[in-house]
Ligand binder design. Structure first.
Ligand code: F6P
Length: 378
């Protein structure tokens, strides 16, 4: 009999987090299950810091709110956690303490809301005897085994609205407007917003770009009397033979995502200005894509994922991730989600080992973009 469940969020926030919390809690309440939220993700799990969510006004009026009422942990891997010992930074496996906390408090199932790194930790906890159920969160849409993650649709909407705004200023001043969007090593936000926002060029991490091709596209538009262009650039985009633009390497820690991408849009804008004779400006959209109210689509998806996660717990189906498969709500084993990244504690996101869903060249979106003449830099 399921009595108590806990919710934990790890990684960058994504619109829809509160909607998932609400859906899990509502479903729990209807089934007389106690529901707790760990504060600041894995940090809360480690310190046993949580709040009760069921039958509490804290979960009222949160459906439309951005962020997360229980916070999230960033760069936290409890299997390889930074602690200070004798004035020195050392990395330790503190997962056993978390397991102990969960067992002592009688948490029958832990819901892990997060991206690929989080679900890797979730799978590792499942091997330590904890019942976990993952919910795929990230604006990047790069979690394996699911059609879509919650938060992605809102990020695409924000990027699309930005492109609409950049379009009018580009046209007025005969400029090239570049928009750098997030997505880490996957170009989903770029590709979808480029199609929705009528961009002329979309540069993704999956296709190292050839600047000659981009210049050709812009010059062809000039010849057709269009002296302005709109270009979307993934933060992870890079030129053929070149490398990704790294803004910062944080902590230098093991077991966490320690690379901050940034600068790809500026590089493209500078190069285009030099080679086309048109003025080019870059706008980096940044955290606007992550904050604020979720779209209706994300509210619905988050609610479906949250309710499904609780349903699975009630059925005793643990160590799985709620997913959308060919548009239908479903679940997959966390072992499938982590793929070949099997070593316990190794959760660096976006490395060769991590199992991410990137854009494949036979994706309908790639074909559609090419059909309507969006230059993909190749
Ligand atoms: O994974 C979501 C994301 O927003 C990425 O698109 C981006 O690269 C990264 O997080 C930024 O993370 P941080 O909050 O650590 O700066």
């Amino acid at each position: 009999m399921l009595k108590k469940v806990g919710i934990l969020i790890n990684g960058g926030d994504a619109p829809g987090l509160n909607a998932v919390i609400r859906a899990i809690t509502r479903t729990a309440e209807r089934n007389q299950v106690e529901c707790y939220g760990f504060l600041d993700g894995f940090n809360g799990l480690l310190k046993n810091n949580y709040v009760r969510l069921d039958n509490d006004p804290i979960t009222s009026g949160i459906l439309h709110k951005g962020g997360a009422i229980i916070g999230s942990s960033l760069n936290a891997n409890v299997f390889n956690y930074k602690v200070i010992e004798n004035g020195k930074e050392v990395y330790k496996d503190l997962s056993e303490k978390c397991v102990q906390n969960l067992k002592e408090d009688g948490i029958d199932c832990l819901f892990t809301l997060g991206g690929d790194s989080t679900q890797k930790s979730a799978r590792d906890f499942s091997l330590r005897g904890i019942h976990v159920i993952g919910v795929p969160k990230t604006i990047d849409n790069d979690v394996a085994c699911t059609d879509v993650t919650f938060g992605f649709n809102t990020a695409v909407s924000v990027a699309t609205e930005s492109l609409d705004r950049l379009h009018t200023t580009a046209e007025t001043h005969n400029r090239i407007m570049v928009l750098e969007v997030m997505g880490r090593y996957a170009g989903w936000i770029t590709l979808e917003s480029a199609i929705a926002g009528g961009a002329d060029v979309a540069l993704l991490p999956e296709i190292p770009y050839d600047m000659d091709k981009v210049v050709e596209k812009i010059q062809a538009r000039q010849r057709a009397g269009k002296n302005f262009s709109v270009v979307v650039v993934s933060e992870g985009a890079f030129p053929k033979g070149g490398s990704m633009s790294i803004k910062d390497t944080r902590e230098g820690g093991k077991g966490v995502i320690n690379i901050q991408l940034g600068g790809a849009g500026d590089i493209v804008a500078k190069e285009l200005e030099k080679r086309t004779g048109l003025v080019a400006r870059n706008t980096t959209l940044g955290y606007m894509q992550r904050g604020g109210t979720p779209s209706a689509t994300d509210r619905i998806l988050s609610t479906k994922y949250g309710a499904k996660a609780m349903e699975l717990a009630l059925e005793g189906k643990f160590n799985v991730l709620t997913v959308l498969k060919n548009g239908k709500l479903d679940y997959v084993s966390l072992e499938d989600v982590v793929g070949d990244n099997k070593e316990i504690g190794a959760v660096e996101g976006g490395t060769e080992d991590s199992n991410m869903k990137t854009v494949k060249m036979d994706d309908d979106l790639i074909k559609t973009a090419r059909d309507i003449g969006i230059c993909l830099g190749d």
